[in-house]
Design a protein around this ligand. Structure first.
Ligand SMILES: Nc1ncnc2c1ncn2[C@@H]1O[C@H](COP(=O)(O)OP(=O)(O)OP(=O)(O)O)[C@@H](O)[C@H]1O
Ligand SMILES: [Mg+2]
Length: 296
């Protein structure tokens, strides 16, 4: 079979994403041979023999589309791992990527994480939500594998228990795709901190806030500022290692009393706002990491 001389394969179904283009340009500027490969470029059982040392998966190709696509793309990623070696993020971490997995990992790691229930059982979901609401706190519902604040809803305007049950059954179809991820709302200081971790190091941090919304995501209308304090770095690095991500955005929410709650470990973090807020060229930090792998 024909051998193709390459350094980095960017495996994606959408090469036009802004951050992906930034990484591509940086790789090219440093003369690293780079090629885009899409899932439909690969037919099996004969797997193409790429002469590459690293496969970069810059956007989520598993948690959207059909279950069949997920299984097929996973097979491709496993073959990449077997034939090329390094896949970023590692395939196991891609498979595990969900808010549910994060919750279990945070429990094991023993770091502050809001009280959470992950279930398909609407009765359990109801009891959990009603229990928290009865104690005078709020509850947040989230989709397992979406991002950017999409579908993240607070249960603070539910008047009766009957409304709560109706709302839960609507939500689980509209956003949850059959699974409830319910979480205690943590009263906080009006901002969260996103730490960008690459290869076990924090390369940039932003503080995000939104006076109009409890979701501080920039994509949900929030704004971002540089955050220079390294106080959460060690925590963010430990979380990144525990979930197995080499490139990740870790969201830390300081509670009213200052306790740093881990809300999210993002496997495909967008970083356009982070570059704007901090001036740190995250795409170059990513390529620095890739060239360290290629040089090994
Ligand atoms: N338990 C909580 N208590 C207080 N605020 C929360 C809680 N969960 C989420 N939020 C707010 O909502 C925002 C979005 O939630 P989260 O980060 O969990 O989901 P997402 O941003 O959609 O997912 P991802 O981070 O994977 O893109 C958070 O940044 C935070 O501002
Ligand atoms: Mg988030």
């Amino acid at each position: 079979m024909e051998r193709i001389l390459l350094g980095v394969i960017i495996f994606t179904d959408n090469p036009t994403v802004h951050e992906t283009q930034l990484v591509l340009k940086t790789l090219r500027a440093r003369s690293v041979p780079t090629k885009f490969v899409a899932p439909w470029d690969i037919s099996m059982p004969e797997f193409p023999e790429y002469d590459a040392d690293l496969v970069y998966v810059p956007s989520n190709m598993l948690n959207r589309g059909s279950t069949f696509e997920l299984i097929h793309r996973l097979l491709i990623l496993r073959e990449f791992e077997r034939s090329v070696g390094t896949v970023v993020n590692p395939v196991d971490s891609l498979v595990n990527y969900s808010k549910g997995h994060l919750t279990l990992t945070m429990e094991r790691l023993g770091v502050p994480h809001p009280k959470t229930l992950i279930t398909e059982n609407i009765d359990q979901a109801y009891d959990f939500a009603a229990g928290i609401l009865d104690s005078g706190k709020n509850v947040v519902l989230k989709p397992l594998c979406k991002g950017r604040g999409v579908g993240v809803i607070m249960l603070n305007r539910i008047r009766s228990r009957e409304d709560l049950l109706q709302f839960l059954s609507w939500y689980v179809r509209a956003h949850g795709q059959g699974v409830f991820y319910l979480q205690e709302f943590i009263p906080n200081q009006g901002y969260d901190v996103r730490c960008m971790v690459i290869d076990g190091e924090v390369v940039g941090r932003e503080k995000r806030s939104n006076p109009e919304d409890f979701r501080y995501n920039v994509s949900a209308g929030g704004s971002a500022k540089n955050f220079v304090d390294s106080v959460y770095d060690e925590l963010a690095i430990n979380v990144a290692e525990a979930v197995g991500f080499k490139i990740t955005g870790i969201d830390v929410l300081p509670a009213e009393d200052g306790t740093p709650y881990i809300l999210e470990a993002n496997c495909f973090p967008g970083y356009t706002a982070l570059i704007e807020a901090t001036g740190v060229p995250i795409h170059e930090k990513i390529v620095d990491y890739f060239t360290r792998v290629l040089d090994r």
